[in-house]
Design a protein around this ligand. Structure first.
Ligand code: SF4
Length: 461
């Protein structure tokens, strides 16, 4: 089914009434953070704090936003917020930064880049201090905070009057140009949409707030912005082409043709200027060959969740239209085309614990996910993960009361990801910048923060 504006409106109106299953935020205490940092000497403290900031989101005092200008959150594909846009305080709505970079504080953190997820109920609050903004947990400062600079090319306007951040926003502290060329998904409604995904609900909320939010971006307007980035920017190194699934056709093109035109158009105009990635469904090898030949280097056919039963329940569209077995086969075959380390399928960390279908214990969740990591990494493929954010209006938050996965789960997940990665002696995933604490810019999970970390002496040794 194609998500027409009328359908989006009707479904949105229904779901607006069904959003009260959002998790109650159970605050982390400083003691819990200290205990986990002591219990996991294999993980940098930066990674543990980062995962908790992603897990529980952040609250902002309006005064903390009042200093120098900074790059605001562009809502590049999902909301990644814990509360609806319409319910956010007007003083902060659309005024918060894309990311923060915190350093110092109680754990003497190296600079740590974290994506911002708005949660007024979060125990983590960004406040104004005499030295500038800082993140606090209760009365304890966890670090001074920088907000990302506004890229110079954001000063332009396209010939249609659009902001560059609307067409080709950058994230990861400017490292990644994020091209969501189709801002809806034709997997539509509870029977098809991935149960954790708010791409269609984000689109609807942006429109309801009166934001310009282009549903299908034209190649021409993307090239217009990329020309400014090419001339004026030295920070961006990578671009991602992505968007929702196309079930039948879009603008008269089947899914692979629709996305291919962007890859070809960008690489013809700017051959090899940035490293090209695509984040799409899992496609057959003959389709992938032409993307590689056009210049795409990295392929992300996201499998979302490893467990077979959960894949079918949480990804009903992918299960019905492609099927899990086919999806996994295509991931492995893609490694022959792009090279194993250039196939980086994502999974949604923590969604294995969601209600009502998920595992009931951390051990079960980790056992399942470890099996998937071992399967892929034994083939040289390196899955990465993002951090599940129970956004309003998603299927999961409308069908059952949710809880945030415990921070201990994310410590276990990082540990098993790191151990499996090291067991197979895999290379640093390309297209993510420098790894390790103090250097990683990937902002929606801490997987790059743990790469190469040699650990510290356990406080219990
Ligand atoms: S395929 Fe699933 S995760 Fe991807 S955009 Fe569609 S609903 Fe979201």
């Amino acid at each position: 089914m194609s998500a027409t504006p009328t359908l989006l409106f009707l479904e949105g109106a229904l779901r607006m009434k069904e959003t009260r299953n959002l998790p109650v935020t159970v605050p982390t205490t400083l003691q819990e953070l200290e205990e986990l940092v002591a219990r996991y000497p294999n993980l940098p403290a930066e990674a543990i704090v980062k995962q908790d900031l992603l897990r529980l989101g952040m609250a902002f005092d309006a005064a903390s936003l009042g200093g120098a200008s900074f790059k605001e959150k562009d809502y590049f594909i999902f909301t990644f917020d814990h509360v609806p846009l319409g319910e956010q305080d007007e003083q902060i709505r659309f005024r918060i930064p894309e990311e923060i970079r915190l350093r110092g504080g109680h754990f003497e953190l190296a600079p740590t880049v974290v994506s911002v997820r708005v949660n007024p109920g979060s125990p983590y609050r960004v406040k104004a201090t005499e030295r500038g903004p800082a993140v606090f947990l209760g009365d304890v400062e966890l670090g001074e905070v920088e907000f990302p600079p506004v890229p110079a090319f954001y000063a332009h306007r396209t010939s249609a009057g659009k902001s560059p951040g609307e067409i080709a926003p950058v994230i990861e502290w400017g490292y990644l140009i994020y091209l969501t060329v189709f801002r809806n998904c034709q997997y539509f409604g509870k029977e098809e949409e991935c149960a954790f995904c708010d791409i269609n609900h984000n689109y609807r909320q942006q429109k309801a707030q009166g934001r310009p939010y282009t549903g299908v971006k034209s190649l021409e307007e993307i090239l217009e912005v990329l020309a400014w980035i090419d001339q004026e920017d030295t920070t961006a190194q990578v671009y991602t082409i992505t968007g929702g699934s196309v079930v039948k056709d879009l603008r008269g093109k089947k899914e692979t043709d629709f996305y291919f035109d962007y890859a070809r158009g960008i690489e013809e105009k700017f051959p090899g200027r940035w490293m090209g990635k695509i984040v799409t469904q899992a496609w057959e090898p003959d389709e992938l060959v032409r993307f590689r030949d056009a210049g795409i280097r990295i392929y992300h056919p996201n499998y979302e969740v490893w467990d077979e039963r959960l894949f079918d329940l949480l990804c009903p569209g992918k299960a019905r239209f492609v099927g899990r077995e086919t999806w996994m086969r295509r991931i492995v075959q893609a490694a022959e085309i792009f090279g194993p380390s250039c196939v980086i399928p994502n999974f949604v960390g923590g969604v294995e614990l969601s209600k009502p279908y998920g595992f009931s214990t951390i051990d079960e969740a980790i056992r399942s996910t470890r099996e998937g990591l071992d399967f892929f990494m034994s083939h040289g493929v390196v899955p990465r993960f993002t951090t599940w954010c129970p956004e309003p209006f998603t299927t999961l938050t409308t069908i059952a009361p949710q809880e945030h996965p415990p921070l201990e789960y994310f410590c276990e997940l990082l540990s098993v990801w790191k151990a499996t990665f090291e067991k197979y002696s895999l290379p640093v995933p390309p297209g993510y910048g420098e790894p390790g604490p103090g250097r990683a810019v990937f902002s929606v999970s801490a997987f790059m923060d743990v790469v190469g970390y040699e650990g510290r002496a356990s406080q219990r040794d």
